[in-house]
Design a protein around this ligand. Sequence first.
Ligand code: ATR
Length: 269
Amino acid sequence: MKKWYAVIGDPIAHSLSPFMHDLWMDEHGVDASYIPVHVKPARLKESFDALKTLGVGGFNITLPHKQAIVPFLDELDETAIIMDAVNTVTFDGQSYKGWNTDGDGFVRSLMTEQIALHEKVLIIGAGGAARGIAFALKRANFHDVSIANRTYQRAEELAAATGSEAITMQDAEKSLGDFRIIIQTTSVGLAEGEALPLSLDQIQPDSLVADIIYTPLETPFLKAAKEKGCRILNGVGMFVYQGAIAFEKWTGIRPDTEKMIHIITDKLG
Ligand code: ATR
C-alpha cells in the first residue's frame, strides 16, 4: 500500500513542508504522499487517533502542537525529552516515537559554512528555539557558547543545562566583537523598523550572523549585520535540514539538501 505522511498545525496552509517532502519523494523515487492537516488545539488527541486509524507512516508537528503532542506518544527520543517538544513522529509498526530535529537541523545548516568548533558562539534568546540549538551545539562539540537573554535568569538556566556561559544583554553588546558566530533566536525585530534585540555596533565584519527566521529571508537583524560586512545565514537551511533528518528517519534516504535550499529560497524570494 502506498505510504503517506503528514504535517499537523494551526494554521497549516502556509507550511512549506508538503512542497519540500513531495519534491524529495519524487526526486528519490519514494512512492508516498505528504499532506497538510489543519488541527485545532482542542482536537489534537482525536486528530492523532484519526491519523493512526488511517495508517499514517509518520508526521511532522508545527505550532502550536509541538509540546501538546508529547503525552500522546508511546516513546520519545532523548532530544525530544530534553526539549519537551516534538517536531517529528515515526512509526515502526508498533509504536509512535517523537523526535525533535530542529536544533540538529540548525547545526547542520551552520556546518555548511566555513566554521571551526573552537569559535566563540553567542546565542541571543533562551526560549524553545534557543534551547534546541544550545543542546545541538553541545552535541556537535562546540566548546565556547554564550547565551544572552532579556530575562537573564532564563539564560542562566539554559547555560547551566548545556555547559555554556550566561551573559547579560548589555555585556553581550559590549563584547560582541569577540564572537565569531552570532545566532538570533528571538522573535524581536521581525517587523521592519522594530528595535533589534541588541545593538550591532561592536560586531566584527568577519563574523557569521544567523537567524532562525526564513520569512522574510532577510530579517532586519540580518540586514543590519550585512551592512556591517558580516556573512549572514537565514533560517531556510535550518528548515530544510530539520525536514531532511525527518525524511531520512521515515525512508532511510538522505535527501538532496543543497538543491532544496536553492529551490525554497527562490520560492520565498
Ligand atoms: P521560541 O520557542 O520561539 O524560542 P519562546 O520560548 O517564547 O519562543 O522564547 C522567546 C524568546 O524571545 C525568549 O528568549 C524571549 O526573551 P525572555 O525570556 O526575556 O522573554 C525573547 N523575546 C521575546 N520578546 C522579546 C523582546 N521584546 N525583547 C527581547 N527578547 C524578547
